[in-house]
Design a protein around this ligand. Structure first.
Ligand code: SF4
Length: 148
């Protein structure tokens, strides 16, 4: 991997009309799951949706991103916060890692506070599996409020 990290973002198809505002803001500010890049150079080389349940584009989109030199694929925060969260999220991570040999990070921008409140009330993220999944995008309340 060079000094410049090339990333791709795959969003949940429920939000396919999304212009990527929160993801790109978080990328520029190195917030949420992008905080791991800190002072590193990052270039966005791909952005697409999963293709709709059950996520058929997961099988193909990483290949195109790989041709563009992608190092890390981020599964967008929408997969975590949607109602319900994507039930295939860890399968997507595992297939991209195994089939394409790429690093995968679950999450992009910080979890917005309104989603945090609702999922907390629903108990969505109570399991140890989900606690681990939300960790990179959990942030603190002040940051979450900025993403409402
Ligand atoms: S819930 Fe999962 S499989 Fe369904 S559209 Fe969203 S990301 Fe794709």
């Amino acid at each position: 991997m060079s000094d410049e990290i090339r990333i791709g973002i795959i969003i949940c198809d429920r939000y396919r009309g999304c212009a990527g505002g929160k993801c790109l803001r978080a990328l520029n500010n190195r917030e949420g799951a992008f905080s791991i890049y800190n002072d590193k150079e990052v270039k966005l080389v791909g952005y697409t949706a999963c293709g709709g349940c059950p996520g058929g584009n997961i099988e193909y989109a990483p290949e195109e991103m790989k041709k563009n030199g992608v190092d890390v694929i981020h599964l967008a925060t929408g997969l975590i916060v949607g109602y319900p969260p994507c039930p295939r999220i860890t399968q997507f991570r595992d297939v991209i890692k195994t089939k394409y040999g790429l690093d995968v990070v679950i999450g992009t921008h910080p979890i917005p506070q309104n989603y945090y409140d609702t999922h907390t009330a629903l108990g969505t993220w109570k399991s140890s599996k989900w606690k681990e999944i939300i960790q990179p995008t959990l942030a603190d309340e002040n940051i979450r409020l900025l993403y409402d």
